[in-house]
Design a binder for this molecule. Structure first.
Ligand SMILES: C=C(O[C@@H]1C=C(C(=O)O)C=C[C@H]1O)C(=O)O
Length: 409
């Protein structure tokens, strides 16, 4: 495997403590940055010391892990901070469908991290001099249908309901896309700034043009501890606190949503059980309240039996039934038959991994693929035998609000 680092060998990776930055996103000097930010903590990065297009196929996570091992092994590391996310780090985004190209890993040249009271700066080789350009707005944004119009998508949902009622499968997640076009190029930093402020409890991410704020943590890996936040089952925010509580009570009482959630939790249990010496899955979901919607949520915690890296855990988990369905194989076939689009990185794993194998990966939801003046927005919903196509369309619109706000303010 040949690795083009494009920097003087053997490259030196240096992590040093720095003064605590107030706002990670505000420090980004370039328009196409890397980010993973949650409640102000996280990583932002820019430049590329190494980049690879991960070939499609079932073994892609294993391929990625080996590629990274080759790259990280070549580096000389001086890490004065030694926390998850210090030392060499790679960002990655994997396509939802293993057979589709577009998965990428990038080792950024400069990274700024913040965790608890610590902050650090990591550089790979000689850092370039970055001139800070102010983030610009894209101007007026207009929207057009993506692969399917709203009525066509409702028709696809109705067909999925028929398939479920016929007994072919239990649950399938169907998504649609919208195409947004600005008057000027879209500066990802502006989107990140709006997302991180408006959705602080979500994971605001950016990797190779895929930008969003996902509430769904696929896995956080710290030493042998793993954690996942499984989401499925959605309702709206009310106009008042009392309305909010009413919506939430209806969500907990909805057999359809409880079943939808149980499918997602079961898929995570099945994926993590072989990897874990201990696994704690709550018997009942809790409520996750976001600015646009409310979800049923289960926080899963486990202890790994051996030295699996975060990418090994991602490989075992993806795709969970929160974004695929039950059973997985049939659901993926139905998604291919009915959605009529390539999901790209949407609903795929996105996140980062460090040289110790620690890292955080989310499911890329509430996101868009940004290129120049255009952004492709994605949103999907879990379809069950009792789903109403019009209600699912309304739910997808509520999920689109995240990226529409990021684009328009
Ligand atoms: C598929 C999406 O979200 C997923 C589907 C949910 C649902 O149908 O209730 C809830 C959370 C996510 O797991 C999306 O946001 O595009």
């Amino acid at each position: 495997m040949s690795v083009a680092l494009g920097i003087t060998r053997p490259p030196l990776v240096r992590t040093v403590p720095v003064h605590h930055p107030e706002d990670l996103v505000a420090r980004l000097p370039q328009v196409a940055p890397y980010a993973w930010v949650h409640r102000g903590d996280g990583l932002v990065a820019w430049g590329e010391a190494a980049r690879v297009a991960v070939p499609p196929g079932k073994g892609r996570f294993e391929w990625a892990r080996r590629w990274l091992a080759t790259v990280f092994d070549e580096l000389r590391v001086e890490d004065e901070v030694r926390v998850p996310g210090s030392g060499p780090v790679a960002f990655g985004s994997f396509t939802f469908d293993p057979d589709v190209a577009g998965s990428v890993l990038v080792v950024p040249r400069v990274l700024l991290g913040r965790r608890g009271g610590h902050a650090w700066l990591t550089t790979v080789g000689e850092p370039p001099i970055d001139l800070m350009a102010p983030a610009g707005t894209p101007g007026r944004v207009v929207y057009g249908d993506g692969s399917l119009s709203a009525p066509q998508w409702q028709h696809a949902v109705a067909r999925a309901v028929t398939e479920i009622r016929s007994g072919r499968l239990e649950k399938v997640v169907l998504a649609r896309d919208l195409v947004a076009t600005g008057e000027r190029d879209i500066d990802v930093r502006l989107l990140l700034d709006r997302l991180a402020r408006a959705y602080p409890g979500c994971y605001t991410f950016s990797c190779a043009g895929l930008v969003g704020a996902t509430p769904e943590l696929l896995v956080r890996h710290t030493g042998s501890a793993v954690e996942s936040l499984v989401l499925a089952g959605t309702t709206y925010r009310g106009a008042t606190a009392a309305e909010d509580r009413g919506q939430a009570a209806a969500l907990f009482a909805s057999a359809k949503d409880r079943h939808e959630h149980a499918c997602a939790v079961a898929s995570v249990r099945q994926a993590l059980t072989p990897l874990c010496a201990a696994l704690d899955i709550p018997a009942e979901p809790e409520l996750l309240v976001l600015p646009n919607v409310q979800h049923l949520a289960s926080r899963v915690r486990g202890r790994l039996a051996d030295g699996a890296s975060v990418l090994d855990v991602v490989a075992a988990m993806h795709p969970t039934a929160a974004v695929g369905g039950t059973p997985t194989g049939v659901a993926l076939d139905v998604i291919r038959e009915l959605e009529g689009m390539d999901r790209g990185g949407y609903a795929g794993p996105v996140g980062w991994i460090d040289g110790r194998g620690d890292g955080e990966w989310g499911i890329a939801l509430r996101c868009a693929q940004v290129e120049g003046r255009r952004a492709r927005l994605f949103a999907g919903c879990g379809i069950m035998g009792g789903s109403d196509p019009a209600a699912e369309l309304a739910e997808a619109q509520a999920k689109f609000r995240v990226m529409r706000y990021a684009l328009e303010g």
